[in-house]
Design a protein around this ligand. Structure first.
Ligand code: ADP
Ligand code: MG
Length: 322
């Protein structure tokens, strides 16, 4: 049985390039680029809550980093460094090898350096907990906050909503899809891509932003609460994956698109006069950006209307304690 320190050396120690000092000492040493603000965020993934028991280790390595990078994307920050804390039931080398391969493949593509962490045995149960802290950089004064939405602003969503939730439904055997569709929605659930480039390009353009992790309606509510605003949203204009049309289950589609979590798209607001700029950005990034509604002065009030003008029932986002 390898020691804790051998495991760390084998699976998590890589030569430091962007950091002054990486894995191996009591602290890492980092120097942010001159004049930049550090953007810092932590996200924890617990087995049975954020991922299913027995989840593919390589995909888990990817996803646990991707959800952290997504928080930086939502602030318009560029990823630089990460720390990784793992609580594991045992020193399973096959699992660690796969997990670290998925983690480092995304880290290298995203310019993230792993600079430290902690590795412990999980206590009584056989469950895995993964906690990552990510450090990014953003010029002072331009980070995208939740608090800047103004009445009259357009509301935009990148990519598509609901596909990760559909992937979860399929994983749980609640829907039956073709092989190809199942593969597509499962990848959306297990291999999300953070919208880093979009976030950076939204500096100075978006008035507020958030990443869609807990569901569109719940995450939009976070913007509205922080901004002291309300919103009118057209349900039909919410971008969604093509698989829903084949399923023909309007209830499931609505739950996934409005309240489904784990999409890691960006939800942002922009002054209506900047609509052309957002559309140009979508073309430049080859990333669909859909205008789905507008911000109102009705504080804390989110109304979503269908094509017939009927209001959808209020939908909340995911809440661990409800
Ligand atoms: P300490 O006891 O001083 O906290 P540790 O023995 O926990 O140090 O860790 C030794 C070194 O390995 C530290 O530099 C720590 O940051 C790093 N480390 C531990 N676990 C991980 C991990 N899962 N990923 C990356 N680095 C890790
Ligand atoms: Mg330690």
């Amino acid at each position: 049985m390898p020691s804790e320190f051998e495991l760390i050396r084998r699976f998590f120690e890589r030569p430091a390039r962007g950091a002054r000092l990486g894995v191996g000492d009591d602290c890492a040493l980092i120097a942010p680029s001159p004049g930049m603000d550090l953007a810092v965020s932590t996200d924890m993934l617990a087995e049975g809550i954020h991922f299913l028991a027995g989840a593919d280790a390589r995909r888990l390595g990817h996803k646990s980093l991707a959800v952290n990078i997504s928080d930086l994307a939502a602030m318009g920050a560029s990823p630089r460094w990460a720390t990784l804390a793992l609580a594991l039931p045992s020193a399973d080398e096959a699992w660690l090898s796969e997990f670290s391969a998925g983690f480092f493949a995304l880290a290298e593509r995203s310019g993230v350096e792993l600079i430290g962490g902690d590795t412990t045995r999980s206590s009584n149960s056989a469950s895995i907990t993964i906690c990552i802290t990510i450090f990014g950089e953003v010029p002072p004064g331009v980070a995208l906050l939740r608090s800047g939405a103004k009445p009259g602003d357009d509301i935009w969503v990148s990519g598509e909503l609901g596909s990760a939730a559909l992937g979860l439904a399929q994983r749980l055997g609640r829907v039956t899809l073709s092989h190809q569709d199942a593969d597509y929605v499962t990848r959306r659930l297990e291999l999300p891509d953070a919208r880093v480039e979009l976030g950076v390009r939204l500096r100075g353009l978006a008035t507020s932003a958030i990443d869609v992790s807990d569901g569109f309606a719940g995450d939009l509510m976070h913007i509205l609460e922080r901004s002291g605003a309300g919103a009118l949203v057209r349900y039909e204009s919410l971008p969604r994956c093509a698989v829903f049309a084949k399923l023909g289950d309007a209830g499931l589609e609505q739950r996934c698109v409005v309240s489904g979590g784990d999409d890691y798209e960006l939800l942002f607001t922009a002054n209506a006069a900047r609509r052309g700029d957002v559309e140009r950005l979508a073309r430049e990034l080859a990333l669909p950006l859909a205008c789905v509604g507008s911000v109102t002065g009705a504080e804390g009030k989110l109304q979503i209307f269908d094509a017939a003008g009927r209001a959808l029932p209020a939908a909340g986002g995911f809440d661990h304690f409800k």
